[in-house]
Design a protein around this ligand. Sequence first.
Ligand code: ZN
Length: 170
Amino acid sequence: MIYPIITIPDKVLRKKSDAVDKVDGEILSILENMAETMYAAPGIGLAAIQVGITKRLVVIDCEHSEEKKKSPLYMANPEIVWTSRELSVYKEGCLSIPEFYEEIERPSECRVKYLDKKNKVKFLDCDGLLATCVQHEIDHLDGKLFIDYLSRLKRTSIEKKFIKQYKQKA
Ligand SMILES: [Zn+2]
């Protein structure tokens, strides 16, 4: 099932998501639907709040290509437990802020702790695009968007653009 994706300026995106008690059948089916939604978009990561579900759930697949089989990473209650002092810059985008890309600086490596699809505690060391993607998605669970890292001027201008589009649709 493909969920509709929520875009700015919807205030839902600013909500803090709640931890899940455990990864059971119900949570797993949400994760599977989220993965389907992410691939259809297409995108490389999706947080549950982007489809209006206030649970700490994330799906990521930074490596998917036409030739490679889809193997989404399912994460429940993901938490960054370590970040490198070294930073790197990626041009980020977000399914909730369509067609807007900007360079963002974040720790270049991180370690994330999460519950996997079998409800097992896992740790994953991330670098490159995956490290950026994990940090971007976990920010969503705290109501944070990548445009929050931009200068106030840039952020306000992109927000205004979306508010205008939103009003035109309404
Ligand atoms: Zn995003």
